[in-house]
Design a protein around this ligand. Structure first.
Ligand code: E4P
Length: 221
């Protein structure tokens, strides 16, 4: 299972790669805004950092205002030419499907994003998108079940042998992360803080304290 960092902040990307050995990065317009840089500067800085890391993909989203497949295709190609690590996030809608299909045929890798149902996940698999991104947290924010549909997408992809990798996105808790793993997601993407919480447990701290007390009450020579 692969861990992607969901952020456009270079300091966090460095921690993810150098400290934890994570497998890639996903960004979106919100993350770019939160990096405090311009779109161009943020993606140029990331491209520079990953230039010697060929197995570290970075998803970058096109301008969300684009409406036609032609416009999406054009911008995707421009972004993709900046770094061979870049995978282009395309919205999963009618024009996005058309654009992503053309891009994949031309060797531009795509991440079909904003997927909210198993039905919506099928075209990304059929057109051989590199990734498909169901957004668990957003569904749960609105009271929908966020994880049953991940299981259904995993089942469909296995049944039809789709080679598209499933990124379970918008994960906000360790519990969602663990459920995505149980359900067979290829990849999860979330904030550094969610991963760091998932590495820890209060019982581990309690256990450590118990062992520290035992250590302190034992002769060490
Ligand atoms: C995934 O690719 C998206 O960038 C992401 O998970 C969005 O979720 P958020 O609302 O938690 O930032």
């Amino acid at each position: 299972m692969k861990y992607f960092l969901d952020s456009a902040k270079l300091d966090e990307i460095k921690i993810a790669y150098e400290q934890y050995g994570f497998d890639g990065v996903t960004t979106n317009p919100k993350h770019i805004m939160n990096s405090g840089k311009s779109f161009k500067q943020a993606i140029t800085d990331i491209a520079e950092y990953v230039a010697d890391k060929p197995d570290f993909p970075v998803s970058v989203e096109i301008n969300p205002h684009l409406e036609t497949a032609g416009e999406m295709e054009k911008m995707a190609k421009e972004i993709s030419s900046i770094s061979s690590n870049f995978v282009i996030k395309i919205p999963t809608n009618k024009q996005g499907v058309i654009a992503a299909r053309r891009l994949e045929q031309q060797g531009v890798r795509t991440n079909m994003t904003l997927v909210f149902s198993p039905a919506q996940s099928i075209m990304p698999g059929k057109l051989h998108a590199k990734y498909v991104s169901p957004f668990v947290g957003w569904k749960e924010d609105y009271g929908d079940d966020g994880l049953d549909y991940v299981k259904d997408i995993v089942d469909i992809y296995h049944k039809y042998d789709f080679d598209t990798e499933i990124i379970v996105a918008a994960i906000r808790t360790a519990s969602q992360l663990q459920q995505a793993a149980i359900d067979g997601a290829d990849i999860v993407t979330c904030a550094l803080s969610v991963y760091e919480t998932s590495f820890t447990n209060p019982y581990t701290d309690l256990g450590l304290k118990t062992f520290q007390d035992a250590w302190d009450n034992t002769k060490q020579d």
